[in-house]
Write a protein that binds this ligand. Structure first.
Ligand code: ZN
Length: 302
């Protein structure tokens, strides 16, 4: 990844040790969120001279903001070190998320705490999954099975070399499909300038997208590629059923499958970790009116 803040000469093991150091985590998180220096989330004033600290006072508006103010981690009482170690754990998992393993890794005894953390981590994973497919992208639908039976699974996947390998994957469950839903799925999931290959059937054949060239699969090989992905998902889903995941909602599992598929395209665990940190710290989760932590005096910020 270009612009990486982490020293790439460090090995993954050395990075894991650094994540135990709260001051290093503060500096790393600060530079990830504000690479050009502190920008007040409340008033937008820039303070390039500010140091790497967890709580920064804005001299323009007098408010104090933490590194996590307004992000997905907003309001958390847990240290940055624990959050970053949780994301490091996520980056190292390659086929399933076990709440038990997460609890052991972070040292939580409570099962409820483990579930609460997993819920937040899933939100971050969902953000990472939003990265768009590019280039030639196959789009098709398949009937969902198992608990989501009756729904339709829409699939978009970059086609690197047909029949041999696939690139970035996006999947989403819908109760029913129509032209509008498929168009929105493509607009959200495929970058402008790409080529989308649809199956030769309604309503796909009547869809036109802005900045994306739509074509129809003449050979039905695209459909076979998508079928292989769906079959792979169903196999993975059956395996997961025996590991607590029957308690998760079906879309959560779809997101997990996409995360593991897309993670396997990236050889470097540090890359996956940085992508997760960026998603966690640069996403906006709270409106300005919700940033109650910034209304207080500096000492009261979390
Ligand atoms: Zn300000």
């Amino acid at each position: 990844m270009t612009g990486s803040i982490i020293d790439r000469k460090k090995t993954a093991a050395e990075l894991a040790i650094r994540l135990e150091d709260e001051s290093w985590c503060t500096s790393y998180a600060f530079r990830t969120r504000w690479p050009q220096g502190f920008v007040c989330p409340a008033c937008g004033a820039c303070h390039p001279e500010s140091g790497f600290q967890n709580k920064t006072l804005c001299r323009a508006c007098g408010r104090c903001s933490s590194i996590t103010a307004g992000t997905l981690l907003h309001g958390s009482k847990k240290s940055l070190s624990i959050w970053l170690r949780a994301l490091w754990w996520v980056s190292g998992e390659c086929s399933s998320f076990s709440i038990m393993k997460l609890r052991n890794y972070l040292g939580f005894s409570s099962c409820q705490t483990g579930w609460a953390w997993m819920k937040k981590l899933r939100q971050i994973i969902e953000l990472v999954n939003r990265k768009k497919c590019r280039g030639i992208t196959l789009v098709d639908a398949a009937p969902a099975r198992g608990p989501a039976q009756g729904n339709q699974l829409l699939v978009a996947v970059e086609s690197i070399a047909r029949g041999r390998t696939t690139g970035r994957l996006r999947m989403k469950l819908y109760q029913s499909l129509n032209q509008k839903i498929i168009s929105q799925f493509c607009t959200d999931g495929v970058a402008g300038g790409s080529i989308v290959i649809f199956p030769r059937r309604k309503p796909f054949t009547s869809i036109h997208l802005q900045e994306i060239l739509c074509t129809v699969d003449e050979s039905s090989s695209s459909h076979e590629d998508i079928e292989k992905i769906c079959a792979s998902y169903r196999r993975w889903r059956r395996q997961e059923k025996s590991r607590w995941s029957h308690l998760c909602c079906s879309q959560d599992l779809v997101e997990e499958f996409c995360f593991f598929h897309n993670g396997a395209l990236t050889a470097d665990r540090v890359d996956i970790f940085e992508t997760l940190v960026i998603a966690a710290l640069t996403s906006q989760s709270a409106g300005l009116g919700d940033l109650t932590e910034m209304q207080a005096h500096p000492g009261a910020a979390p």
